[in-house]
Design a protein around this ligand. Structure first.
Ligand code: PLP
Length: 364
């Protein structure tokens, strides 16, 4: 018997969520962000489902190559760009767009004579991770303008640090910083297309939409904001993670459950064992009380998460039996809620599902 631990990926929900992004930013093109194995959903099937995207964004070269080898022909943007001359050769061979965020990348581009590279020049407006500061930006801009191997006009971009909090002014500051810095460079604005917005920018900051938006987490049905749920924006969950009950047992008041005996039964009660654990990517830090659905009805974790199993409270589920289905997140149970109970964010939970879980793609 094979284990029934599954991640069901709803492709209709994915397509719907891309439409939500289009409606929110109707004048912008959509660069669907599918890095990290499409936030854990499977990069190839997700790209194949997102036929309506205008381009894809990935973090690393290996992801882009996998897409090209699977026959994906849309523009693909390497968000971290290149780090060597060999990378640049691959970029040329596979026809990829590159983000240029550092001097070392300008050096590489200037060292080649031929090729026509499509470039996104990145400004650091306050994230302080990748990009040229507003002081360095004009020089980087001129170097690219003078670089024969770069297609003109090239694209311009920045990335937000705090857009997940709609009460934080930093996003407005970053938008202004970007626009001001560009207006200081002669001959820009009209000729260059720009991209600022991630999911939070798309849903929370219309001023940031520009010509291209970069939806990530919202495509997977998850709210990009610290508070609230995907459903608040008409987003639908794409991944539903579920597993089977493999044991149902009764314990006396005061008996403890699982490693470290961290949870004691407050009364005589039934406890179910579910065939999923941190070896499948379920977060080990999910606390007792984290919600699950047993046959579609709410229950909660009791005791610590083990590698292959979790234990759940069956006091309100007298009919639960071995073979019944327990949902860990997705349809009927927002992953945001589970993330809060595990002191993390939904992004991390989705990315962490391991390949021991069987992925089923539905609603093609
Ligand atoms: C990951 C990423 C995004 C998407 O962010 P979400 O918060 O998932 O929407 C957009 N732009 C860049 C540069 C990224 O790295």
């Amino acid at each position: 018997m094979t284990r029934k631990t599954r991640a069901v990926i709803d492709q209709a929900a994915l397509r719907h969520n891309l439409q939500v992004s289009r409606k929110a930013a109707p004048h912008a093109k959509q660069m669907a962000i599918i890095k990290a194995h499409a936030y854990g959903h499977g990069i190839i099937p997700i790209a194949q489902t997102l036929k309506d995207a205008d381009a894809f964004g990935v973090a690393i070269l290996e992801e882009a190559i996998a897409l090209r080898e699977a026959g994906v022909s849309k523009p693909i943007v390497l968000l971290e760009g290149i780090s060597s001359f060999d990378d640049l050769n691959l970029v040329r061979g596979y026809q990829l767009d590159i983000v240029v965020h550092h001097e070392s990348q300008l050096d590489i581009l200037e060292s080649v004579q031929d090729g026509q590279y499509k470039v996104w020049l990145k400004m650091d407006t306050g994230m302080h991770r990748l990009g040229f500061s507003s002081e360095q930006f004009p020089t980087a801009y001129q170097r690219l303008m003078n670089c024969a191997s770069v297609t003109k006009p090239f694209q311009l971009m920045t990335h937000f640090a705090n857009a997940d909090d709609r009460n934080d002014d930093k996003t407005t500051f970053q938008i202004n910083q970007f626009n001001t810095s560009l207006s200081n460079i002669t001959d820009t604005e009209s000729s260059h297309v720009c991209s600022l917005a991630n999911s939070a920018g798309i849903l929370g900051w219309p001023d940031s939409h520009a010509q291209w938006v970069r939806p990530g987490i919202m495509l997977y049905g998850v709210s990009p904001f610290v508070e609230g749920l995907g459903a608040d924006f008409d987003l639908k969950p794409v991944m539903t993670l579920s597993a089977e009950l493999i044991s149902v047992n009764s314990f006396k008041k005061g008996e403890s459950i699982g490693y470290g005996s961290s949870w004691q039964c407050p009364e005589d009660m039934a406890v179910g064992v579910v065939a999923i654990g941190y070896g499948d990517g379920y977060p080990r830090h999910a606390k007792s009380g984290t919600p699950v659905l047993v046959n579609g009805k709410r229950s909660q974790l009791v005791g610590r998460v083990s590698m292959d199993m979790v234990t759940v409270d069956l006091r309100e589920h007298p009919d639960a039996k071995v073979g019944d289905i327990v949902t860990l997140w997705g349809e009927g149970l927002p992953v945001e809620e589970v993330a809060t109970n595990a002191d993390t964010i939904a992004y991390e939970l989705l990315c962490s599902v391991t390949n021991r879980v069987k992925f089923d793609y539905i609603n093609a």
